[in-house]
Design a protein around this ligand. Structure first.
Ligand SMILES: [Zn+2]
Length: 148
């Protein structure tokens, strides 16, 4: 139990928890923005396309709602469903772009490490570049001594 607590303390103090917390908060705020975008623009747009926009017979005001159809007393609100799907697609797309950006940043860090160590060397016979781990030259087919 003591070891577990120590490990947790180390994990919490490393800053990973803070990063994670910030990520969760930004994610939640972002979800709200996307929901607002869907409610304000995408749902009305779907309403227009699907004929969900109707004129209020009393006030003459145009009520924009997501498309739906009724069978008897049962209403099928497919516009709301479409909005939810689009909402999800937007969030998924943004997450995908974020992950791609993070991955790119990580590979940039890795590339620097790789550049420090050479990946190729010169074949002693034909002086062409060959992989550092090669034992046979791909240009002149000479046996080359293994790299140190
Ligand atoms: Zn060679």
């Amino acid at each position: 139990m003591k070891k577990f607590l120590e490990e947790f303390k180390e994990f919490a103090l490393k800053g990973n928890v803070m990063d994670m917390a910030i990520g969760v908060i930004i994610g939640a705020a972002f979800g709200n923005i996307v929901t607002a975008l869907t409610d304000s623009f995408i749902t009305p747009l779907i309403g227009l396309i699907t004929g969900g926009a109707k004129k209020d017979p009393e006030t003459g005001q145009i009520l924009v709602a997501a498309g739906s159809f009724s069978v008897g007393d049962v209403e099928f609100n497919y516009g709301a469903f479409l909005s939810a799907v689009i909402n999800f697609l937007i969030i998924a797309l943004i997450l995908f772009c974020l992950l791609k950006a993070v991955n790119k940043m990580m590979t940039i860090g890795k590339k620097k490490e790789e550049e420090a160590a050479p990946l190729t060397r010169k074949c002693p016979f034909c002086l062409e570049e060959i992989p550092i781990k090669a034992t046979k030259c791909s240009h002149c087919t000479s046996e080359v001594p293994a790299a140190e």
